[in-house]
Design a binder for this molecule. Structure first.
Ligand SMILES: Cc1cc2nc3c(=O)[nH]c(=O)nc-3n(C[C@H](O)[C@H](O)[C@H](O)COP(=O)(O)O)c2cc1C
Length: 170
């Protein structure tokens, strides 16, 4: 592992909820990152993340809305694109996930966990699930505003993942 481990945040959002969780997570880790020994944090929308970027990172935070009982389509495409090229190459790397869902979120969590199991990634914290309550067509299409308490949970999860990487805990 390089001196400063690298945490890669891979995400998708349709109506901004997941984006806010990612922003909170990245801001927190960048605050902690003023320590030169701390880990480097990189984020990218999933359609812009290559298999090479995954390979160059030491740990992962996957963030997505739940759509139709699973991860959002672009997030699925990202995993489809990267899964086989990286099979057997990420073994043991730590990960966590953040799911923004209207009412459920469990299907998306399970789907990421199954993919991560195939990659032999190591789960280091329970998935963060944020329920926005959007269940009608109007509410589903409306830009989301995430509660500060949920943003704090995103900060905490990212801080835990990044600190563990920096300390070599995982
Ligand atoms: C096509 C579509 C399917 C959805 N399916 C689900 C679902 O299966 N379960 C759920 O809890 N929420 C579902 N939702 C609601 C979103 O997960 C919810 O609006 C979430 O807050 C969106 O996050 P975002 O703002 O990051 O896009 C769906 C939304 C869309 C647009």
């Amino acid at each position: 592992m390089r001196k400063n481990p690298r945490l890669l945040v891979v995400w998708w959002s349709n109506t901004g909820g997941t984006t806010q969780l990612v922003e909170a997570a990245v801001q927190m880790t960048q605050k902690l990152g003023s320590d030169p020994n701390y880990c480097e944090v990189i984020e990218g929308r999933c359609d812009r993340i290559s298999a090479a970027a995954l390979l160059a990172a030491d740990g992962y935070l996957f963030a997505t809305p739940e759509c139709l009982g699973g991860i959002a389509g672009p997030m699925k495409s990202f995993f489809d694109r990267c899964y086989y090229p990286l099979l057997g190459k990420l073994n043991g790397h730590p990960y966590a996930s953040m799911i923004c869902a209207g009412s459920d979120g469990e299907g998306a969590i399970r789907q990421i966990d199954r993919i991560a199991t195939g990659w032999r990634l190591k789960p280091v914290a329970p998935a963060l699930k944020v329920i926005t309550g959007a269940q009608t067509p109007l509410a589903i299409g409306t830009p989301k505003r995430i509660d500060p308490s949920d943003l704090a949970r995103a900060e905490e999860l990212a801080g835990t993942l990044a600190a563990g990487l920096a300390l070599g805990l995982w």
